[in-house]
Design a protein around this ligand. Structure first.
Ligand code: SAM
Ligand code: SF4
Length: 335
């Protein structure tokens, strides 16, 4: 099955049509579940994939069946030249959708250009509606900027999802107010289980707020919460409260219930291909590019990587050779 007609299938028969590209590991926030307070050791600039290299990869992957690209990071908009890059990749033949995940601190006034170039949607990371709790979580006092971005996205009619990581003792008070945002706003609020990628090397003893707990908490206040259809390959289970404008989702990112339909590959800022969020990287695409690989050689390397893909995130985690996930910061993967 793997690699039929150069199309990216894995050894379990799953098609790969979605690329998550982390364009930088740098960030202007320090969300404690993602990065330690002192930050991480950033990749030297020359070791980051260049814009030209990323564009070549997207063009190549489009010929192998990739149709959707999500730009993530680090914070994508801290990298200079991002808008020009986005303008180039949104017109690549075969790429049907480009989406962005952002912390929203530098995004508000870019929205008209993002809309004009056809960015399909924005995922805005916002873990609290309370400025003090926002500060406690992100270690930066910029709640109002993110709120301004949310308001501007809605005003512009840009399809928007809020991503909120739910953490014991940090923001459980925000779950219901965030659900209540969907009463008037046509957005999707998705609650994500905390994953062990915090760059600190410290692992907790599992999580209290798994998707079952989050849903039961919402149901205790809103018993009429009803299930709605999930899109193909969706990682979120989606719900709504009858009559409300928006929807609510839960993403079992730690429980990993969605691996059976996983259609995504990841490329990190320094060019590591990950065929699972939980693996420690399969091969370095940047090194191949810089060693003069032809498109044919690159295609062969991708097909080979997919022919040996872990069945699920648990297997990928067991197969890791370079230490526990907690040593990695999510900003070096992209989420
Ligand atoms: N800086 C951008 C942002 O925050 O949206 C993009 C990169 S960030 C790494 C992508 C997503 O990963 C965010 O929604 C963030 O909340 C999520 N994330 C980061 N660390 C996480 C963790 N340990 N567990 C669950 N989600 C995490
Ligand atoms: Fe930065 Fe996003 Fe990580 Fe927060 S989650 S530290 S905004 S990369």
């Amino acid at each position: 099955m793997a690699g039929k007609d150069n199309i990216l299938y894995d050894n379990h028969g799953r098609v790969m049509n979605y690329l998550r590209l982390a364009v930088t590991d740098r960030c202007n926030l320090r969300c404690f579940y993602c990065m330690p307070e002192e930050g991480i050791k950033y990749v030297p600039k020359n070791d980051l994939l260049s814009y030209e290299e990323m564009e070549r990869l997207i063009r190549l992957l489009a010929t192998m069946g990739i149709r959707k690209v999500r730009i993530t990071g680090g914070e994508p908009f801290v990298r200079k030249g991002m808008i020009d890059f986005l303008e180039r990749i949104t017109v690549i033949e075969g790429i049907e959708q480009v989406h962005i995940t952002t912390n929203g601190t530098m995004t508000a006034n870019l929205i008209p250009r993002l809309q004009k170039m056809g960015i399909k949607s924005i995922n805005l990371s916002l873990d609290s509606l309370n400025p003090d709790r926002f500060f406690e979580i992100t270690r930066r006092n910029v709640f109002y900027k993110v709120r301004e971005t949310l308001d501007a996205l809605i005003e512009a009619g840009m399809p928007t999802k809020i991503n909120a990581v739910v953490m014991e003792g940090k923001n459980e008070q925000d779950i219901l107010p965030m659900v209540e945002l969907t009463k008037e706003l046509p957005i999707s609020v998705r609650f994500i289980e905390e994953m062990p990628f915090n760059g600190s090397g410290k692992d907790g003893s599992g999580i209290k707020w798994n998707y079952v707990e989050i849903l039961s908490h919402i149901r205790s206040r809103y018993p009429d919460l009803e299930k709605i259809g999930d899109r193909p390959f969706s990682t979120s289970q989606n719900f709504r409260i009858p009559g409300w404008e928006g929807s609510v989702g839960v993403i079992p990112a730690f429980s990993r219930t969605f691996c059976g339909t996983c259609n995504r590959i990841r490329i990190t800022p320094k060019g590591m291909l990950k065929t699972c969020l939980y693996d420690d990287g399969v091969f370095n695409v940047r090194d191949l590019l810089r060693n003069g690989a032809s498109d044919e050689q690159l295609r062969a390397a991708f097909l080979d990587a997919l022919s040996n893909r872990a069945k699920n995130g648990f297997e990928a985690e067991r197969n890791r050779q370079f230490g526990m996930p907690v040593k990695e910061s999510m900003s070096t993967i992209g989420g």
